[in-house]
Ligand binder design. Structure first.
Ligand code: 6R9
Length: 650
C-alpha cells in the first residue's frame, strides 16, 4: 500500500491545553519524555521499582531470541501480593479498593484489607481443589467483586486465569476451555442485566458437554435464581470459601511466569489466546495507569466503565489500579438501567475523579442528549479517558464539554490486548489535546508509521502503525502457537511489531488512528479509512452513530456503504431527504470520492464486548450474504433488528 493513496483527514484546528493546576502537579512532565527517550530500558528498569519484588531483577530486557522477549527475568514476585498485601502492610488496609455498585442498586465497599482476606480464602479453596501453579482456570462471571477475587486468587497461586466475557455464548466458552486445557471453571448463577436476573450457569453446563476434562465448577451466588448443580462437579463458591482460612503465604514466581491468557478475535480462524506474564505486565500497566490518568492514589476515585472480560478490565480495572493502591468504582450493569442517568448518578455518588470508557458509550450518551448528564453534579471529574476505537472529534468535544464541564483533558488511549498497556496517549499534564488524535507514544514506548517497505512516512502522511522496540507488557506469544504469534505480528516487517492499524502523522507529527487495516476501503484506487468517514457522519447534527464498510462494486472495486443511527427527532422523520443530506455532507467534508454510495438508517449496530463495531457483519449485509459468525457480539439479536429495518440490500 502506498501511503499517498490514503485520503486526508478533515482538518481539525481545536486545541485543548492542560489546565494549569493539573500541569503544575502532574505525574508526567516533558522531562519524563526526555529521560525515557534517552534510554528506554533504563527507564523501565526504574519503573520496575514500583513493584515489591521477592528478588529484585538485575536484568531488564532479554531480546536475544526475538520476537520472544523476557523482561526482568531474574526477578521474582507475586502479583497478588503486589495488588493487595503490601498496601495493607503499608497501613492502607482501610482504603477502599472497590466501590461496587450492582445493577439493582445493592452496593459494597471492599477495602484492601477485606479484599486481601477474600483472595487468601479463595486461594486456599483453589488449593484444596487441587489447583497448582501453571494450571489454567476459566472465569466466566458477571461484573461482581468475586471476579476480581477469582483473578487474584489464581495469580496468587501462579495459576493462569482465562477470563471469558459473561456475554459470550456456551460455544465461545467451550472453545476457550479446550484451547487452554482448563480443569476448573469459576462462574455464577447469574447476573443482573437490563433490570432482570440473567442466568449464566446454564451456559457453563452446555459448554461442559464438550469439555469432559473440567473436574470442578465453583458457582458464585449472585442472583439467587434456581440453579442446577451437578453432583461431584459443582460447588458453591461461598461454601468452599467459608471452609478456608483467610491467611495465605504468597509464593514468589519468576517475572516471566504466565499471569493470564485472554482471547481476542482474529480476523480469520479461531480466536487468539494472548499470553501475558507477570513482572513486565505489572510494570507496564501500573506505570501507564499512574501516568496517563495522572493518578493520585490517596484522593482519586477511578472508574473504568468496562467489562472484566475485556483487556481494559484486566489492565485498568484490576491490575493497574490495584498495584497502584487506587480506589475504583465497579459497576455491574447497563448505562440505561433503571434510567439513562445511571452513570452520572454513580459519578456524583462516589465523587468519581477519573472516568475511562469507550467512544461507543459516549456516542450513546450524545444520542440520549446532554440534558441527562446536566441533571447531575459531575464537578468531581478531572480527567476523562477513552479506549477501544478512534474517538470521533465530535464525540471527544461532547465528552469534554458535557461530561467534563469544559475543564477536563480527554485522554484517548490507543492499545491492544496484545500490548497489555497504553501505547499512544496524550499525557494530561503535558499534551495540548487535539480532538480525535491519540497524539504521542507514551514515554518509554517507540512507535512509528511506515509505508509498505517499512520506511517511516513523513509528517502529514499515513501508513501502517508499528512498534519499533519491545515494551514490558507485550504479549509473549499466542497460547500454544508460537508460529502464529510470529506470523501474525512479526512477519510483515523485519524486527517490527505490526499492529494491524492504519495511522497518520499530522503536520506536527502527532498520531491519528485510522482504524484496522482490514477495514480500509479501496474506492476507485483511493484508499480510505472507515474512521474518517464515520467521523464526518457523526459530525452531522442528525447522526448519533455511524459505521462504514466497503462493499464490492463492479465499477469502483469497492463502494462506501454507511449504516447510521439518527439522533432523537431526526430518527422519527427519517426519509430519503436525510440520506441525501448526509451524502452531501460527507462529500463537502472530505471530498466527492468519500460520498457513500448508500446510507442505511438502522436502529442499532452490531458491537463486540469492547464496543467495537463488527464491520464484517455489516459487510455481509451490504453485499447481501449470509451472516458470518455472530458469537462474539454482545447481543446477537441486533442483526435481526437491522435486517428487519432494511429494504433488501442491492
Ligand atoms: C484496548 C483494546 C485493539 C484494537 C486496536 C485498534 C482499536 C483501541 C483505540 C483503538 C483507535 C484508540 N483501538 N483503542 N483505535 N484509538 N484509542 O481495545 O484492545 O480489544 O484488543 O482492540 O482496538 O484497532 O488494534 P482490543
Amino acid at each position: 500500500m502506498s501511503e499517498t493513496e490514503w485520503s486526508n483527514l478533515s482538518t481539525e484546528e481545536r486545541r485543548f491545553p492542560p489546565p494549569p493546576e493539573l500541569a503544575a502537579q502532574a505525574n508526567v512532565t516533558e522531562e519524563t519524555y526526555r529521560v525515557a527517550a534517552q534510554d528506554p530500558e533504563a527507564f523501565w528498569a526504574e519503573q520496575a521499582k514500583r513493584l515489591s519484588w521477592g528478588t529484585p531483577p538485575t536484568e531488564t530486557l532479554d531480546w536475544t531470541n526475538p520476537p520472544f522477549a523476557k523482561w526482568f527475568a531474574d526477578g521474582t514476585l507475586n502479583a497478588a501480593y503486589n495488588c493487595l498485601d503490601r498496601h495493607v502492610e503499608a497501613g492502607h488496609g482501610d482504603r477502599v479498593a472497590f466501590h461496587f455498585e450492582g445493577e439493582p442498586g445493592d452496593t459494597r465497599a471492599v477495602t484492601y484489607a477485606e479484599l486481601t482476606r477474600e483472595v487468601c480464602r479463595a486461594a486456599n479453596a483453589l488449593t484444596t481443589l487441587g489447583v497448582q501453579a501453571g494450571d489454567r482456570v476459566a472465569i466466566y462471571l458477571p461484573m461482581v467483586p468475586e471476579a476480581v477475587v477469582a483473578m487474584l486468587a489464581c495469580a496468587r497461586l501462579g495459576a493462569v486465569h482465562v477470563v471469558v466475557f459473561g456475554g459470550f455464548s456456551a460455544d465461545a466458552l467451550s472453545t476457550r476451555i479446550l484451547d487452554c486445557d482448563v480443569r476448573v471453571v469459576i462462574t455464577a448463577d447469574g447476573g443482573y442485566r437490563r433490570g432482570s436476573a440473567s442466568a449464566l450457569k446454564p451456559a457453563v453446563d452446555t459448554a461442559l458437554e464438550k469439555c469432559p476434562d473440567v473436574r470442578t465448577v465453583l458457582v458464585v451466588r449472585r442472583t439467587g435464581q434456581e440453579t442446577a448443580m451437578t453432583e461431584g462437579r459443582d460447588l458453591w463458591w461461598h461454601e468452599a470459601l467459608a471452609a478456608e482460612a483467610d491467611e495465605h503465604t504468597p509464593q514468589m514466581f519468576p517475572a516471566e511466569h504466565p499471569l493470564y491468557v485472554m482471547y481476542t478475535s482474529g480476523s480469520t480462524g479461531k480466536p487468539k489466546g494472548i499470553l501475558h506474564t507477570t513482572g513486565g505486565y505489572l510494570v507496564g500497566t501500573s506505570w501507564t495507569h499512574w501516568a496517563s490518568f495522572d493518578l493520585k492514589p490517596e484522593t482519586d476515585v477511578f472508574w473504568t466503565a468496562a467489562d472484566i472480560g475485556w483487556v481494559t478490565g484486566h489492565s485498568y480495572l484490576v491490575y493497574g489500579p490495584l498495584v497502584n493502591g487506587a480506589t475504583s468504582v465497579m459497576y455491574e450493569g447497563t448505562p440505561d438501567t433503571p434510567h439513562k442517568g445511571r452513570w452520572w448518578e454513580i459519578v456524583q455518588k462516589y465523587g468519581v475523579t477519573i472516568l475511562y470508557c469507550a467512544p461507543t458509550a459516549i456516542r450513546t450518551f450524545m444520542k440520549w442528549g446532554e440534558q441527562i448528564p446536566a441533571e447531575y453534579d459531575l464537578s468531581s471529574l478531572r480527567i476523562l479517558g477513552s479506549v477501544g476505537e478512534p474517538i470521533n472529534p465530535e464525540a471527544y468535544v461532547w465528552y469534554r464539554t458535557h461530561i467534563g464541564g469544559d475543564r477536563t483533558p480527554v485522554v484517548d488511549t490507543w492499545w491492544q490486548t496484545e500490548t497489555g498497556m497504553h501505547m499512544i496517549a496524550p499525557m494530561p499534564g503535558v499534551t495540548a489535546g487535539k480532538p480525535g488524535a491519540a497524539m504521542r507514544p507514551v514515554p518509554g514506548v517507540s512507535i512509528d508509521v511506515v509505508d509498505d517497505e517499512a520506511r517511516p512516512v513523513a509528517d502529514g502522511h499515513a501508513g501502517l502503525l508499528v512498534i519499533t522496540k519491545p515494551w514490558p507488557s507485550m504479549l509473549r506469544t499466542l497460547w500454544g502457537d508460537d508460529q502464529r504469534f510470529v506470523d501474525t505480528y512479526w512477519s510483515r516487517f523485519e524486527g517490527l511489531y505490526f499492529a494491524g492499524d492504519g495511522a497518520k502523522k499530522d503536520a506536527d507529527g502527532d498520531l491519528w488512528l485510522l482504524g484496522r487495516v482490514d477495514d480500509v476501503m479501496n474506492v476507485s484506487g483511493h484508499r480510505m479509512s472507515t474512521t474518517e468517514i464515520e467521523s464526518s457522519l457523526v459530525s452531522h447534527p442528525k447522526v448519533a452513530e455511524a459505521a462504514v464498510v466497503g462493499a464490492k462494486d463492479e465499477t469502483t472495486g469497492q463502494a462506501i456503504v454507511a449504516f447510521v443511527i439518527l439522533r432523537g427527532e431526526a430518527a422519527e422523520q427519517a426519509g430519503e431527504d436525510v440520506v441525501a443530506e448526509l451524502r452531501e455532507h460527507v462529500a463537502r467534508d472530505i471530498g466527492k470520492i468519500a460520498r457513500p454510495r448508500q446510507i442505511m438508517v438502522v436502529p442499532e449496530l452490531p458491537k463486540t464486548r469492547s464496543g467495537k463495531i463488527m464491520r464484517r457483519l455489516l459487510r455481509d449485509i451490504a453485499e447481501d450474504r449470509e451472516l458470518g459468525d455472530v458469537t462474539t457480539l454482545t447481543d446477537s439479536s441486533v442483526m435481526d433488528l437491522i435486517k428487519d429495518k432494511l429494504p433488501s440490500a442491492p
